[in-house]
Design a protein around this ligand. Structure first.
Ligand code: PLP
Length: 404
């Protein structure tokens, strides 16, 4: 296959909502402009990545300065930006950070670390099972994919990594019945970003804490989508009382460049030997320099308070839409929220899902939204969105729903 063919093939996939891909050209704040000059209010932030919005001189300047200084050193060495970021990410709660490049890789690493911790435990019993939950999305590499029990992601690529079991999400009784000392790890999302935005209940969080502590099972919170302020807290697990051993972070971490992180406690880190796990690109000085700055901005208490306020505005706005247009439940947390848009509606080529018609109408009206699960309209804007911009988005949703 020639390179040209590969590029064309890659870009021929229809997007989640439309066969016609939007050709985007530039961005500023919460707005994107396409190649034809049309402007869009972006309520998806590149799938929860662009937390600080577009066209940021601060990010461009940091990246350019670091590019001139040093771009890559490999994991045989380290750099100032990598160490500075590690200090910030670990704080006084974690012992170490493992840098990787993507969310899937971070989860892959966490699963490996949970098994390693079990293998090196007292009286090694051979335990290795990983518990995941219905509706989860942890990534598309084999370990992460095995923990993503949705047929459309798994079926074409079987068989999956062995040793993964699945329990119903938010079901305390099922969890208690299932979780025992044969498991090495549990991997869970606080809000199921791709699986319909179900949010963890405090009861489920408490049962996960207790069950994992009782059986010495490593509790992994996949905060790839929910972490770093998206849900109004540094970690969404803090908001619901989940006390994970390992946290994985990715999407907004490096301001739009690929960087992920696995935060490890001493108990796990102490059993990991030098050179057993690593990556070529993860934790390079450019992404780490960016992430250090992004971390400072996203973790400012005043910024997080603002995110919680906007999140409440979003919740109320979606509740109003639900009442006015007979939609399903409002779901999610903070600035990762959505509303179920069930049913079908007449489209140009016959009946189509109402969620799809809504997204198409919104795009025509200059608003970009995301989908989650089967029928949830997912709203995950840049966290810097103003009250006025969010109100504008909600008004246009109201108009689009009225026109369906
Ligand atoms: N985990 C969660 C919760 C995610 O939402 C995603 C991506 O959407 C991933 C993992 C995978 O991340 P990546 O696409 O960077 O591999």
């Amino acid at each position: 296959m020639q390179i040209k063919d590969a590029i064309v093939t890659d870009h021929r996939f229809p997007s989640a909502f439309s066969a016609e891909l939007l050709l985007l050209d530039s961005g500023c704040g919460c707005r994107l402009t396409d190649a034809a000059g049309t402007s869009y209010l972006d309520l998806g932030a590149g799938i929860a990545v662009n937390a600080l919005g577009y066209g940021r001189d601060d990010l461009a300047d940091i990246a350019a300065a670091q590019m001139r200084k040093l771009v890559h050193v490999s994991n045989l060495y380290t750099t100032g930006p990598a160490l500075e970021l590690a200090k910030k990410l670990t704080g006084d709660r974690f012992a170490a950070v493992q840098y990787m490049n993507s969310g899937a890789e971070a989860n892959e690493s966490a699963i490996k670390f949970a098994r390693m911790y079990a293998h090196r435990g007292a009286g090694n019993t051979g335990r290795h099972k990983i518990l995941a939950f219905t509706g989860a999305f942890h990534g598309r590499t084999y370990g992460a994919l095995a923990c993503t029990p949705t047929p459309k992601y798994q079926e074409p690529f079987g068989p999956m990594l062995p040793g993964v079991e699945v329990a119903p999400y938010n079901d305390v009784d099922a969890l208690r019945a299932k979780l025992d000392g044969t498991f090495a790890g549990v991997i869970v999302e606080v809000v199921q970003g791709e699986g319909g935005l179900a949010a963890m209940t405090p009861e489920f969080a408490a049962a996960l804490n207790a069950g994992c502590a009782e059986h010495d099972v490593v509790l992994i919170a996949d905060e790839v989508q929910t972490g770093l302020g998206r849900c109004g807290h540094l970690f969404a697990s803090d908001g619901v009382g989940l006390d994970p051993d390992i946290i994985t972070l990715a999407k907004p971490l490096a301001g739009g460049l690929p960087l992920s992180a696995v935060l490890l406690p001493a108990a796990v880190n102490d059993r990991l030997h030098f050179g057993e796990h690593g990556t070529t690109f993860g934790g390079g000085p450019v992404t780490c320099a960016l992430a250090s700055h992004v971390f400072d901005l996203l973790t400012d208490p005043a910024f997080l308070a603002e995110v919680r306020e906007r999140g409440e505005q979003l919740r109320q706005g979606l509740e109003s839409l639900r009442e006015a247009h007979g939609l399903g439940p409002v779901v999610g947390a903070g600035m990762l929220r959505g509303v179920h848009v069930p049913g079908t509606t007449a489209g140009p080529a016959g009946e189509q899902p109402r969620i799809q018609a809504l997204a198409t109408a919104l795009r025509a009206a200059g608003v970009l939204v995301l989908r989650s699960g089967e029928d949830v309209m997912r709203i995950a804007p840049p966290l810097v969105i103003s009250a006025g911009e969010l109100a504008e988005g909600l008004r246009r949703m109201d108009a689009a729903l009225s026109g369906l």
